[in-house]
Design a protein around this ligand. Structure first.
Ligand SMILES: Nc1nc2c(ncn2[C@@H]2O[C@H](COP(=O)(O)OP(=O)(O)O)[C@@H](O)[C@H]2O)c(=O)[nH]1
Ligand SMILES: [Mg+2]
Length: 446
């Protein structure tokens, strides 16, 4: 989405800078958050939203949320992502079909925001999900408005209820509901009149229609290109009509995106759909998490964070802890852990992302970590199960045999054994932490 390009670029720079550091001081976090704040303001995000957002992220970043499976920079990215999702509404918000059918969705909004186009898009979306919608042309202010909806209906082979220019919206709507029953459609989508600006007469007309139609959805169609104006418009419509949802149109445009990032937080009304083009199929349900990851521009990193947490934090950490406690953690386990890690991707890439390892990795030539891992693996594989479980029995002759078997030297075997013992000791003392740190001990002396 062109809309967030510049914001994404700025945020990426901030995180890149953070990522190049090992440990983060409070000042590092503050500096980064200052830049995040500026980037959001430049993207035209509402200043209150920015203030709230930054303070939530700061609080969590300096708080006690220590996760050993992530680097400090990754932890901040994770927090920013989660708070971005929260700002955008948390979970996906679906259409509500309350009461008996036909369910009514009333589309309201300013002139030119995309109501008529969106009515057709929504009808098509509903049909794709197995519903039977009827479109209603209740915008009686211009003959062209009725004609526009009728034409779209023909294009989509979708029923449209319309009357001659001049009929009153309330009469049109009353007769449209009978028509819906006659056609056995289960949704009625009402395209209402707009104005260039909010005015009292419009609000009264819409409020009266709402009382009459008892819609399960009152959806404000608002142009995301209008920035902070969109937020203002949404607040006013919501205070008069108690909106149930927002549809942001023209998200394909190259505005700065501030409206999209502010409107939910300011109004409390969920964004339900977005329009991403002029064509009738350029329309999607709104997913806060997808937009957040698009804005952050680091889908891969977020996937990694999720995977790493799942792998290390839960299952593995528990098993390891148990083994360490009962002192049965052997080289076999170590090998299994190494293999588990490899499943997640190329080792060099992973090492970059693993806490503690990332700094060390920076000092190594490319491929060195992979090389090291192969050595460790070869050595452990050349041991007997007994040796793996109890490395203390490995004497000089066993060491030479293992070296021959792995094609390496007895010194290499010693190195691996020493580091394993160090790791084991640290783990028993409870300061080695979870696997990634233990792994660090295997590769690099401290
Ligand atoms: N690029 C783009 N154009 C849109 C989108 N939604 C509506 N439009 C255009 O916006 C203009 C106004 O739309 P219309 O449905 O007539 O607005 P209404 O006055 O609120 O009924 C039309 O030219 C539409 O093609 C969208 O998501 N993306
Ligand atoms: Mg219209």
């Amino acid at each position: 989405m062109a809309m967030f390009e510049s914001l994404t670029e700025k945020l990426s720079k901030v995180f890149y800078k953070l990522g190049s550091r090992g440990k983060l001081s409070e000042k590092d976090v503050d500096d980064a958050l200052r830049e995040v704040r500026l980037a959001l303001l430049e993207a035209d995000v509402n200043f209150k939203v920015v203030k709230d957002f930054v303070s939530r992220v700061r609080e969590r970043s300096v708080g006690a949320e220590v996760r050993q499976s992530l680097t400090p920079a990754q932890q901040i990215i994770k927090i920013v992502n989660e708070e971005l999702i929260a700002t955008l509404g948390g979970t996906q918000s679906q259409l509500a079909a309350g009461g008996h059918p036909p369910h009514v969705a009333m589309l309201v909004g300013l002139h030119g925001g995309g109501k008529t186009t969106t009515a057709a898009k929504l009808a098509l979306h509903l049909r794709h999900t197995g519903q039977r919608p009827l479109l209603v042309a209740a915008d009686n202010r211009r003959p062209a408005a009725i004609e526009q909806l009728v034409t779209l209906g023909k294009q989509l082979d979708m029923p449209v209820y319309s009357e001659a220019y001049g009929a009153l919206p309330r009469d049109i709507c009353a007769r449209a509901l009978s028509k819906a029953k006659e056609l056995a459609t289960n949704w009625v989508i009402v395209d209402t009149a707009g104005r260039l600006q909010i005015d009292e007469a419009l609000m009264e007309e819409l409020a009266a229609l709402k009382r009459q139609l008892k819609p399960s959805e009152v959806l404000l169609v608002v142009d995301a290109m209008t920035g902070q104006d969109a937020v203002q418009v949404a607040s006013e419509f919501h205070s008069r009509l108690s909106l149930t949802g927002l549809i942001l149109t023209k998200m394909d445009g190259d505005a700065r995106g501030g409206a999209a990032l502010s409107v939910r937080w300011v109004t409390g009304v969920p964004i339900k759909f977005i329009g991403i083009g002029e064509k009738v199929d350029a329309f999607e349900p709104f997913y806060p998490d997808r937009l957040a990851s698009r804005i952050l521009g680091m889908g891969d990193m977020l996937t990694f964070i999720e995977k790493a947490e799942k792998t290390f934090d839960q299952k593995q950490a528990k098993e390891l802890e148990k083994k360490v406690r009962t002192a049965t953690f052997g080289l076999d386990d170590f090998l299994a852990q190494l293999k588990e890690i490899r499943k997640m991707g190329s080792l060099d890439q992973l090492v970059e992302m693993i806490p503690g390892l990332s700094q060390a990795a920076g000092q190594l030539p490319e491929g060195a970590a992979e090389e090291q891992l192969k050595k460790v693996e070869a050595i452990i594989l050349s041991m007997t199960p007994e040796e793996r479980q109890n490395p203390a029995i490995i004497d000089g002759s066993r060491r030479r045999r293992i070296a021959r078997g792995s094609g390496l030297t007895p010194q290499d075997v010693n190195q691996v054994l020493n580091r394993f013992r160090q790791t084991q000791k640290l783990m028993k003392m409870g300061i080695g932490g979870k696997l990634p740190r233990g792994l660090k001990g295997m590769f690099y002396s401290r």
